[in-house]
Design a protein around this ligand. Structure first.
Ligand SMILES: NC(=O)c1ccc[n+]([C@@H]2O[C@H](COP(=O)([O-])OP(=O)(O)OC[C@H]3O[C@@H](n4cnc5c(N)ncnc54)[C@H](OP(=O)(O)O)[C@@H]3O)[C@@H](O)[C@H]2O)c1
Length: 318
């Protein structure tokens, strides 16, 4: 039987876990104390566009540490934490004997760019895989996840040329649980496509406190997003990567006509983070574009400005 460890029992972790549980996969959640307490007492609940699903607590394991019990040896680990926690978790995993020695794949279900490099500094590159998730998961309670939107199948693969077929059983289990997932040899293209979407919409939607649709309706915000996308494209190409469109004009056409309309009512997760006084993932989005641009001697003034504005909002300093 496939056993999957999910590290980070937040919105994505609980969401993906719910589909795996629905397929009869054995799941071990590693989460924070409050989450683990509620999962252990009340089980896991999923609501939303994929229908209601409830798993009583005796159908999965839940724990606050990476300690391994004999029956739990995993086939793989799904990493479902925010990008700013990647360094800490990568170190924790490396210090955990069985994770270091087992050789099981690590599948990063995270937004932003740079997460795979962080894990690949601690583990052999062949063990590190990335997944592009464009399903919206919202945590309504520590043990309750709501699925709000689903744009495309989950795609997963390696940024380091490793054979992604080792992830086929995971894709099969997710699909059996009700959410489509597939392996791909070109996950890099999917991750850059998501980077483009997130860099255009997340920080601007957070700063202006409006849903995505309004950003696409006004000439001034379209101008800003056009410039963000052009800068991301330049940085992506200068780092030897590509995405599904050859040039920024192709992306912007798809962005305004296909990608934005179905999510026009959506509020940026970064806006929710600002409202709640939480840390944001700006470092792995515009921040990463600025860092990559500096090392390639490219100017990215629009990404830089959004990066600085979000940093101002999160530090509260003038
Ligand atoms: N939500 C979505 O719809 C969605 C969709 C696609 C992609 N993503 C991406 O997926 C990633 C996860 O997002 P999310 O929305 O699931 O975040 P989230 O709800 O904040 O969940 C992450 C959880 O991981 C916990 N955590 C962090 N480090 C941990 C550790 N070392 N051990 C155990 N638990 C740990 C966090 O606890 P604390 O908060 O207490 O630190 C939090 O409960 C992000 O990169 C996000 O951008 C999200």
């Amino acid at each position: 039987m496939t056993t999957v460890w999910i590290v980070g029992a937040g919105a994505v972790g609980l969401g993906l876990g719910s589909f795996l549980l629905q397929s009869g996969t054995r799941v071990v959640f590693v989460g924070r104390e409050r989450t683990c307490g509620l999962l252990s007492s009340d089980g896991l609940v999923r609501t939303g566009i994929f229908g209601r699903f409830a798993a009583p607590s005796d159908q999965f394991d839940v724990q606050t540490s990476l300690d391994l019990r004999e029956t739990q040896l995993p086939n793989l680990l799904l990493i479902c934490i925010k990008s700013y926690d990647s360094q800490t978790l990568a170190r924790q995993l490396l210090e955990t004997d069985w994770v270091r020695e087992s050789g099981c794949p690590l599948v990063l279900c995270q937004n932003g760019w740079g997460n795979a490099e962080i894990f690949a500094k601690q583990f052999p590159r062949q063990r590190v895989f990335s997944a592009r998730v464009i399903t919206g998961f919202q945590r309504l309670a520590p043990n309750h996840v709501n699925v709000t939107v689903h744009a495309a199948p989950i795609r997963m693969g390696s940024l380091f040329g490793a054979d992604a077929s080792v992830l086929q059983p995971l894709c099969d289990r997710l699909a059996a649980g009700g959410i489509a997932a597939e392996t791909t040899p070109t996950v890099v293209r999917d991750l850059w496509s998501k980077m483009l979407y997130n860099c255009c919409l997340n920080p601007l939607g957070a700063i202006l406190a409006v849903p995505y649709g309004q950003l696409g309706e006004h000439e001034s915000t379209r101008g800003i997003m056009d410039r963000i996308a052009a800068e991301v494209f330049q940085v992506m190409h200068s780092n030897g990567h590509s995405t599904h469109w050859d040039d920024v004009a192709g992306f912007l056409d798809a962005f305004y006509h296909q990608m934005l309309p179905p999510t026009r009512k959506h509020e940026s997760s970064m806006l929710q983070d600002l409202r709640a006084g939480r840390r944001t993932e700006i470092d792995a989005l515009c921040g990463e574009i600025v860092r990559l641009a500096e090392s390639s001697r490219i100017e990215t003034p629009t990404n830089r400005m959004l990066y600085d504005l979000i940093r101002f909002r999160t530090t509260g300093r003038c």
